[in-house]
Design a protein around this ligand. Sequence first.
Ligand SMILES: *[C@@H]1O[C@H](CO)[C@@H](O)[C@H](O)[C@H]1NC(C)=O
Ligand SMILES: *[C@@H]1O[C@H](CO)[C@@H](O)[C@H](O)[C@H]1NC(C)=O
Ligand SMILES: *[C@@H]1O[C@H](CO)[C@@H](O)[C@H](O)[C@H]1NC(C)=O
Ligand SMILES: *[C@@H]1O[C@H](CO)[C@@H](O)[C@H](O)[C@H]1NC(C)=O
Ligand SMILES: *[C@@H]1O[C@H](CO)[C@@H](O)[C@H](O)[C@H]1NC(C)=O
Ligand SMILES: *[C@@H]1O[C@H](CO)[C@@H](O)[C@H](O)[C@H]1NC(C)=O
Length: 390
Amino acid sequence: MRLSALILAAVADAVVLARCDSAPKIDEDGRYTISAPGIKAQFIPYGATLTNLFVKDKNGEDIDVVLGYDDVDYYPVDPGHPVYNAIPGCYAGRIGKARYTIDGVTYETERNDGENTLHSGTNNWSFRYWNVTAYTADSITFSLLDESESSKGFPGRVEANVTYSVTNNTWHIKMTAHSLDNKTPILLTQHTYFNLDAYRNPATSLIWNHTLALPYSPRYLEADDAALPTGKILTAAANSINDFHSAGHEGRPLGHSRHLPQFAGNCGGGGMCEGYNGYWLFDDIPETKDGEERPVVVVLSSEFSGVKAELRTDQPGVVVYTCNWMNGSAKLKSTQGLEGRDTVGRSSCIAIEAQEWPDGINHPEWGRLEKQIFGPGQRYSWESSWTFSA
Ligand SMILES: *[C@@H]1O[C@H](CO)[C@@H](O)[C@H](O)[C@H]1NC(C)=O
Ligand SMILES: *[C@@H]1O[C@H](CO)[C@@H](O)[C@H](O)[C@H]1NC(C)=O
Ligand SMILES: *[C@@H]1O[C@H](CO)[C@@H](O)[C@H](O)[C@H]1NC(C)=O
Ligand SMILES: *[C@@H]1O[C@H](CO)[C@@H](O)[C@H](O)[C@H]1NC(C)=O
Ligand SMILES: *[C@@H]1O[C@H](CO)[C@@H](O)[C@H](O)[C@H]1NC(C)=O
Ligand SMILES: *[C@@H]1O[C@H](CO)[C@@H](O)[C@H](O)[C@H]1NC(C)=O
């Protein structure tokens, strides 16, 4: 049986839970669609993954601005597993030296990224078939029950919900989780990959002419050659290679420092990782009252399509990764690309992941422990939205 047929069978019961009178449809290939004016988003239960996101470009055309595959059966077997728009968990990003300590007990996690752990190791959440527990025309909820030790070195039995919804030009994401028994690390993100030109800019498929603004992020975490934070917090001087702050909401082209020799190894990999794979902090965010919109903390835009994407979040910082490790082996979706361009080339996309400080469980000096370790009765929550305009 095709995998998609299995997924359909597995979710058939769950979908009955949706209390919408005109129950929305699931495509024959297993995609769930939600929509609102100016936006249409599609998802699959595998990894609670966003497969397609259509927004209006400057000509009023609907373009698909996130990476993914046409064939939903390919996500589980893709050897690269780039965590395309999925939810890695229960601890996203790296854990240094594959270990951490809670209350004097040291837990060893899986070394699946050199000496370190990436995205919690084997059986991480981006590899699970989540349950669909609610589905309406403009919102969908995925739920997961993660048994204790299902990923090596995570002692908690964790329950999590992810709700995606859309309103006028905006994609909203809300996650909640709790550990039902033991104290355990929880750090989640939506690992969204964008190319705001849908790979249709005839002049370039590279991401360097997209503009990025991190208006509240003068500071970032120093990382070692394996993209693991060293513990040091650095401040980017105006116009230096890691500065996306000094130009405010206007931002700077991602390739502003492409001509500098250090650009070729700016994200490590023994000098082989060009561009960016790091964490920027949000500092001095203006206070907002209940019900008031949070400030925009990340702006990504492209002149070619005219699309602008603005992130609001309750998280304290963001991982920015410019797809250095893509090598042209993954196919583009049929909604993207041009004649003669149908694969995801190196440095042709950008992942933007709002989250807690990476490896904060190993850096008590940062003061993040109570935001990253959760025991019974404590609730983890995460909330972001992307607003699109042209
Ligand atoms: C390209 O990346 C994929 C996924 O990581 C990997 O399976 C493949 O071996 C790589 N190909 C080359 C030529 O490096
Ligand atoms: C996540 O778990 C799967 C197995 O379930 C494993 O193949 C994969 O390498 C893991 N991903 C990462 C990034 O560790
Ligand atoms: C989905 O729900 C079923 C029934 O409650 C449960 O047994 C299963 O573990 C859930 N799947 C996931 C991935 O949490
Ligand atoms: C929808 O968004 C557009 C552009 O952002 C705005 O002009 C319009 O007033 C919004 N409509 C509603 C109902 O919020
Ligand atoms: C997840 O949602 C279910 C209802 O669908 C609820 O019972 C549970 O408490 C929620 N868990 C979290 C961690 O929010
Ligand atoms: C990218 O932007 C630079 C200026 O920042 C410009 O010189 C160049 O022509 C642009 N390239 C493409 C392919 O749009």
